[in-house]
Design a protein around this ligand. Structure first.
Ligand code: ADP
Ligand code: ZN
Length: 516
């Protein structure tokens, strides 16, 4: 099976992280590989995924029993035949692993390097049909480092004995360590090496809350007339409507989505490749296999799926190293839609929780009060300082202490029974008399009208950021009515304070407070 569907089905990810795809391809192609990635960058996927792309068994050498256990558990839950052979297992457990190994049932076998000291291990692995070796924390083979593990020296022998490709992974990047890894694990043969920072400093990063999204995209595109650009949309219908709107305003644009005939899709690809200044308005189906170096801008008309997807999509800009600009729009509807997509999906509860957490990370980036690149790179494990090439570096956003406002909103959500959407909650807060308020008697609530100090647009900004902080979520059991989450409890108890961004768009408008 190829990489992308496995990434989705087995691991539940919608996009590769920076660097992963190239490494996966090299490992799956059977090359010797040395990959240096920061901690938390997603190294394990780079050997787990290729292990499933080829037949037979991949042996993973890893120094920590706890880590092996975690990975084996996660893989087993995802339906992958994986096991660990460690001194932490009982005799029975190890006997079962060896049985499965001899029966060639396993796809991944984790093992501590100490196991290699036993004379029985190599012959056993030889019988088991090993197709590749992966070495986690490969710097443990270096005598200069603090983590030297003498038994790692046996990994090089294992590679020779089995005569299979080896992929070594580490977060330690200094040249000396790398040389030692190459000498000791690959016997001096040059592996294909991957050492690359994730930063794409030529890409300008910017987010805006939706405030007339069509106009925002049209303005952004019009200011870049004559430059090639991509607009990503959440739905197929929207790609066509927006391409039409761009055409109507005199810009050359064409739609692209998975529902189009293969021929028409290819035509768009070729046109985009050849023509200067064409705008492709597309779903995420557009991009793989697009190799145009001078894409000058990428816009998201809807919030992308995850930080990984965002990075991949904006990364299509400025491949030639020249400046590229990006604009990502997001709004409360995006957040609600993504939350319900996750909740209503068929994934097991742990995966849903992980998906919510990934969405939270993306929203944290969207509402970041500081440098966006710093947030982005940190998410991938890379340390960074303010970049000077993002909207928040250009103009640091104003923030305000929103603790009281958030408490009021949470209390309005609770007192109305956690069954209403943002519109009704804002009516309650601003003391707006509507039919629904009257029917439900919500004008009798103590929270009715306690939020008159903020305008409706300002409350929308607060509610959006509360959704982004995961303080409230649409509850699928109650038709998407807003419910408070566990993370809201300390706010209600007054244990933590909440700082939010001012949204210039919301402040520019006149306050629309309606007195009851
Ligand atoms: P490392 O070994 O490099 O420190 P891990 O392999 O443990 O990092 O991965 C770090 C985290 O990143 C894990 O929680 C993993 O689930 C997550 N992760 C890895 N690849 C992806 C991806 N393509 N999309 C989303 N999350 C990912
Ligand atoms: Zn910045």
């Amino acid at each position: 099976m190829s990489a992308a569907p496995l990434l989705r089905q087995v691991f539940g990810f919608d996009a590769f992280r920076p660097g992963q795809e190239e490494i996966v391809e090299a490992v799956a192609a059977g090359r010797d590989v040395l990959a240096i990635m920061p901690t938390g960058g997603g190294k394990s996927l780079c050997y787990q995924l290729p292990a499933l792309m080829r037949d037979g068994l991949t042996v993973v050498i890893s120094p920590l029993i706890a880590l092996m256990r975690d990975q084996v558990r996660a893989l087993t839950e995802a339906g992958v035949a994986a096991a660990a052979l460690t001194s932490g297992n009982s005799e029975d457990e190890n006997a079962e692993v060896i049985r499965a190994l001899n029966a060639r049932e396993l796809r991944l076998l984790y093992m501590a390097p100490e196991r290699l000291a036993s004379g029985a291990t190599v012959p056993m692995l030889r019988r088991a049909g090993v197709r590749g070796i992966a070495v986690d924390e490969a710097h443990c083979v270096s005598q200069w480092g603090h983590d030297f593990r003498p038994d790692y020296l046996r990994v090089g022998e294992l590679r020779r004995a089995l005569d299979v490709p080896l992929a070594a992974f580490t977060a330690t990047a200094d040249a000396e360590t790398r040389e030692e890894i190459v000498a000791r694990l690959f016997a001096g043969a040059q592996p294909q090496s991957f050492l690359r920072g994730f930063d794409r400093p030529n890409i300008h990063l910017a987010f805006q809350a939706k405030d007339g999204p069509r106009r925002q995209i049209l303005d952004f595109a019009a200011a870049r007339r004559g430059q090639s650009g991509i607009v990503y949309c959440g739905t197929r219908a929207k790609t066509e409507a927006l391409a039409q709107a761009l055409n109507d305003s005199g810009l050359a644009a064409t739609a692209y989505h998975g529902g189009m005939e293969a021929d028409s899709r290819r035509q768009v690809e070729t046109r985009f490749q050849r023509e200067d200044g064409l705008i492709v308005v597309a779903t995420v189906a557009f991009g793989m296999g697009i190799d145009k170096p001078d894409i000058r801008w990428v816009a998201h008309a809807d919030l992308p799926k995850s930080i990984e997807a965002y990075y991949q999509e904006i990364g299509r800009g400025g491949r030639d190293g020249g400046p590229a600009e990006t604009l990502t729009l997001f709004g409360p509807d995006d957040i609600r839609l993504r939350r319900s997509q996750i909740d209503e999906g068929l994934a097991p509860p742990e995966r849903k929780a992980a998906d919510h957490a990934r969405l939270n990370a993306l929203l944290g980036l969207a509402e970041a009060p500081g440098c966006r690149r710093e947030v982005l790179l940190r998410y991938f494990g890379e340390e960074a300082g303010p970049c000077g090439n993002c909207d928040t570096c250009d103009a640091p956003p104003e923030t305000f202490d929103a603790t009281e406002a958030v408490q009021k909103a949470l209390s309005a959500v609770l007192r109305t029974g956690q069954t209403f959407g943002a519109g009704h909650i804002i009516d309650v807060l601003t003391g707006t008399m509507t039919d629904r308020i009257r029917q439900r008697g919500h004008d009798q609530l103590p929270t009715f009208g306690v939020g008159r100090d903020l305008s409706k647009p300002q409350w929308q900004v607060v509610i959006r950021q509360m959704l982004g902080r995961d303080l409230i979520r649409p509850d699928p059991e109650r038709h998407g009515g807003l419910a408070i989450t566990l993370s809201a409890h300390p706010v209600l108890r007054g244990e933590i304070r909440i700082t939010l961004r001012h949204d210039p768009a919301a402040r520019a408008r006149p306050a629309t407070v309606i007195r009851a």
